[in-house]
Design a protein around this ligand. Structure first.
Ligand code: AMP
Ligand code: FE
Ligand code: FE
Ligand code: ZN
Length: 282
């Protein structure tokens, strides 16, 4: 069976591997297709697509937008027009909002004698800088043993270097993906800690804005969890997607294409996605 991975982060957001390196690894693993789904940016797509064309790995343009509905909810968008000015305008707003928040975090750290400069962080990590980058710095400076501890001690909500940021409403993020020609998909549905009724309410809310799919296979989801999600997707007429949420060495337990072991996303899921995007060429 040909396998794919439709949920991958690169250095364009908080992943540690460049888009080209991710595609080379996908080729080595024999994956037929991947989607680059960085947080709040499509900037990794071009490099990945160019490498994919050389190595025979199909690369799907994607994005993962963070929204708030109670807690955090993530919406994936596939086959968005990465040149859409309307999309870029909103993504630019998100980057500016992150910049303001991140400058505040730097100030708090400097007040504690930790030498951080946001300009240097921008030069090193690029445009989309998040708490994982601060966690990485805290680990490097020996203030935490690993990312997990850095979050627990410093950047998790309620900790001393936590600062909030703004989020697009869930409805707006789904509409935005549709306006950019993309297919909106609810990411990792079990992450929101909802019971069946709660998840259904979330799906129904998202569908009113144009949700088209649900991520049914994901790192750490066992066969029963995926079967439950796939049955829900069928009931609601949503397409199924799946992916690892690979981030490179900051989440070393997650492997490209394989997740935490045993992840299987079939090429047939990409066919469903292409049909939803009107890209099936028929
Ligand atoms: P930000 O959007 O910059 O506030 O950072 C949120 C990101 O941090 C999420 O997308 C997660 O990938 C990551 N994150 C949140 N909590 C944790 C945690 N406890 N350990 C590791 N990563 C986390
Ligand atoms: Fe992330
Ligand atoms: Fe996510
Ligand atoms: Zn993700």
């Amino acid at each position: 069976m040909k396998r794919i991975d439709l949920h991958i982060h690169t250095t364009a957001s908080d992943g540690t591997e460049s888009p080209g390196a991710v595609v080379r690894e996908a080729a080595r693993l024999g994956l037929a297709a991947i989607a680059v789904t960085d947080h709040d940016t499509c900037d990794g797509y071009r490099e990945a697509a160019a490498e994919g064309a050389k190595l025979g790995v199909e690369v799907v343009p994607g994005i993962e937008i963070s929204t708030k509905y109670g807690g955090a909810v993530h919406i994936l968008g596939y086959y968005i027009d990465v040149d859409s000015p309307a999309l870029q305008e909103v993504l630019d707003w998100i980057v500016r909002d992150r910049d303001e928040r991140n400058e505040k975090i730097c100030a708090l750290m400097r007040a504690d004698g930790i030498d951080v400069d946001y300009g240097e962080m921008r030069a090193r990590f690029g445009e989309v800088i998040g708490r994982p980058h601060f966690a990485e710095i805290l680990v490097e400076r020996g203030l935490a043993h690993d990312m997990h501890e850095a979050f627990d001690l410093y950047v998790e909500k309620g900790r001393k270097y936590y600062q909030g940021r703004s989020f697009l409403p869930i409805e707006r993020s789904i509409e935005l993906i549709r306006e950019a020609g993309g297919v909106p998909v609810l990411a990792h549905p079990f992450q929101y800690k909802r019971d069946d009724a709660g998840l259904r309410a979330l799906i129904e809310l998202c569908m009113r804005s144009g949700l088209r799919g649900m991520e049914c296979r994901y790192s750490g989801y066992d066969a029963a969890m995926s079967a439950y999600l796939e049955a829900l997707a069928a009931e609601y007429g949503l397409i199924r997607t799946g992916g690892s949420d690979f981030h490179g060495s900051i989440k070393p337990e997650i492997r490209l294409g394989d997740g935490k072991g045993g992840l299987e996303v079939p090429l047939a899921f990409l066919d469903e996605l292409k049909r939803a995007a009107g890209k099936d060429g028929r």
